[in-house]
Design a protein. Sequence first.
Length: 156
Amino acid sequence: MAHPDTIAAREDKAAHAAMLGITEERISDLVETFYQRIREDELLGPIFNRHITDWDPHLARMKDFWASIAIESGRFHGNPMIKHIAIKGIDRSHFNHWLSLFDATLPDVMPNAAACQFLSDRAARIAESLITGISIHRDGLPIIKQKKKETQHAAR
């Protein structure tokens, strides 16, 4: 059983989603509408259609994912990073385009600007996390040059 603080945090998240009007039904509409647009998109459609041969299970999984993100349903269990690392050739431009389509879809299915912003913010964080993980996987950790510290002796 989950810790009482974890249960309380999940309940708070669900209450916040309810206050914004984000429901399971709206999440379902979002996923259905958004991925239909993805499939038809000139840039992203070929990538998704090449990797997803049976859309019904993918859409069900995405509904679980977004319900977990927005409402804390707890139904999603998986590792999106591994799935995205396996896609050769995707880069930041693909994620930026994905976010543009996602943001354009939100007002069509969500009840208000606050719900749109809530989901948009989470999508942007997820996209940034994925592109960072992909970059590290492909290129390794970035080398960060440290500035040389001036010693107190140099001032004397």
